[in-house]
Design a protein around this ligand. Structure first.
Ligand code: MF3
Ligand code: CO
Ligand code: CO
Length: 259
């Protein structure tokens, strides 16, 4: 999809736009936080979806995933071997020992905020805990590379070098992305070690970093029926964390922190 692209159309954000991105980012963080509090054994993913949707609407914002390229719900809920883009369902009930990624994207006053985290439901196995902990750390290692004049491929390179020490793999088919008025815009942010996206980070760029880290192979399979749900090819676990980032003069600002 992008491996050989050489040119990008990047929307550098003005001061005004950065203010709006901050507002959208904060709201996404708040929706994620409030929804996370409701993720417990016995709760369905549809209940989480409906809560997040109502909360978003009440704040005067929209759920960006709803009807995005035909996606049927307002949030993504991805359990265990589901890598991303899981569709909330009435009959999908969280159970003790699950890990679940909740991914929230809001559109607020014309701009997007996109953030996700993987939660532990009840008593989770030591190996699942470890995967989730390493994945969160991997996101922060990616974030800490962000600084003007550093190449985008540095992000994935640092992430892959870190997680490979634990024997984990980095999903290659899905990436972080520029974000602003558009849910997804240039540039693409690979999370694996690469030499493809060599453009330099510059102040005013806004993009997500959202590594999907697998216990086993990085290969994934898209559900043949719903055409959305992405699963690990070997059925092993996958975890993900995501923040929306602004490149500043000094380094970075994480736009999707709670406060
Ligand atoms: N929020 C996801 C991301 O981080 C995208 C979900 S697209 C959807 O990029 F259509 F599945 F909602
Ligand atoms: Co994203
Ligand atoms: Co997201």
């Amino acid at each position: 999809m992008y491996a050989n692209r050489r040119s990008y159309l990047i929307h550098y954000k003005s001061k005004f736009e950065i203010e709006r991105m901050r507002d959208a980012g904060k709201l996404a963080a708040e929706v994620l936080y409030e929804t996370s509090l409701r993720a417990k054994a016995g709760v369905s993913t549809l209940e989480l979806n409906d809560f997040a949707h109502q909360y978003t609407i009440k704040k005067g914002a929209e759920s960006a995933p709803l009807h995005y390229k035909g996606f049927p719900k307002s949030i993504c809920t991805s359990i265990n071997d589901v890598v991303c883009h899981g569709i909330p369902k009435k009959d999908e009930i969280l159970k003790d020992g699950d890990i679940i990624n909740i991914d929230i994207t809001v559109k607020y006053k014309g701009y997007h905020g996109d953030t996700s985290k993987t939660l532990l439901i009840g008593n989770v196995s030591e190996k699942a805990r470890k995967l989730v902990e390493v994945t969160e750390k991997a996101l922060w290692i990616g974030i800490e590379t962000v600084k003007p004049n550093v190449r985008i491929n540095e992000i994935g390179t640092k992430i892959e070098e870190f997680v490979s020490q634990f024997g984990y793999s980095v999903v290659r088919e899905l990436a972080g992305h520029g974000i602003g008025k558009n849910f997804h815009e240039d540039p693409i942010i690979p999370h694996y070690k690469n030499n493809e996206v060599r453009i330099l980070m510059k102040p005013g760029m806004t993009f997500t970093i959202e590594p999907m880290i697998n216990e086993g192979t990085f290969d994934v399979i898209i559900d043949s029926k719903d055409k959305w749900t992405v699963r690990t090819a070997d059925g092993k676990l996958s975890a993900q964390f995501e923040h929306t980032i602004l490149v500043t003069e000094e380094g970075y600002e994480v736009l999707t922190l709670l406060k």
